[in-house]
Design a protein around this ligand. Structure first.
Ligand code: NVA
Length: 247
């Protein structure tokens, strides 16, 4: 929605291609063929895929800009909207500390890279087995040493945090692991008790939020919650991105 509306606001014309319209990306025809057809019609491609390799393949073969609007590896547009929201609320980025509670997933990875590049720190608290991979942590810490810390205790992560961030325990494509994940993530919910350890921290979530799992209704609706400013900024950041890439 945010990409389509941003495109319309700029006077462009978004065309949403559903998986069933094309027989599933990479299934009916190779991605490299699709990329070379689309580049002859469109000014850009915004792709939300499961496999990260799909977006890489599109970008490799299409001469037009290809935007990653979420893959199983990263979610850079979300991270940029998040960072924009943090700057709006704190008036700065430098020195801001994010406590990310939950899955070491695409959202955690992109936030970690954003923090490393923009003077912020992120402490990621995940259950054992769900941590952000070491290669990504090392990559962030090579950009800025000490910018990403991985731990297993949400209580430790929120110490001195300016922002408490969480995301679903079950990302798109992981539906078959749902019951196991819910069991494994017990103790990792953002709730009033966790918030009381960092009472001034703003609450963020990339949405959709599953109340009663990774976040309580109380946390979502608390006066510290900036979740809907964050959602709004997807539109503003992406409109700026489209303008820059397509102008
Ligand atoms: N980690 C989630 C983000 C949703 C915006 C997913 O990949 O489904």
């Amino acid at each position: 929605m945010s990409f389509q509306i941003a495109m319309a606001q700029l006077g462009g014309h978004p065309i949403y291609v559903k998986p069933e319209d094309i027989g599933g990306i990479g299934k009916r025809e190779p991605i490299k063929d699709m990329a070379r057809v689309l580049e002859r019609y469109a000014s850009g491609i915004m792709a939300r895929t499961f496999a990260h390799e799909t977006v890489i393949e599109l970008a490799k073969f299409a001469e037009i800009p290809v935007i990653n609007a979420l893959t199983d590896w990263s979610h850079p547009c979300q991270a940029m909207a998040d960072i924009m929201t943090i700057r709006e609320h704190f008036g700065k980025l430098n020195g801001i500390k994010i406590a990310y509670i939950g899955d070491g997933n695409n959202v955690a990875r992109s936030l970690s890279f954003g923090c490393a590049k923009l003077g912020m720190k992120i402490s990621i608290a995940s259950p054992k087995g769900y941590e952000l991979d070491k290669e990504s942590i090392d990559k962030a810490n090579q950009i800025t040493s000490g910018s990403t810390n991985q731990m297993n205790s949400p209580q430790d992560a929120v110490k001195n945090a300016d922002v408490i961030y969480t995301d679903t325990w079950v990302s798109m494509g992981q539906e078959t692991e749902k019951q196991k994940r819910i069991a494994d993530f017990q103790g990792f919910a953002v709730d009033a008790k966790l918030m009381s350890l960092a009472p001034k921290a703003k609450i963020m979530h990339c949405l959709p939020a599953y109340r009663g799992f990774e976040i309580t209704d109380e946390a979502m609706e608390s006066e510290n919650s900036i979740v809907f400013d964050e959602a709004e900024n997807r539109l503003h950041f992406q409109r700026a991105l489209l303008k820059k890439l397509l102008s």
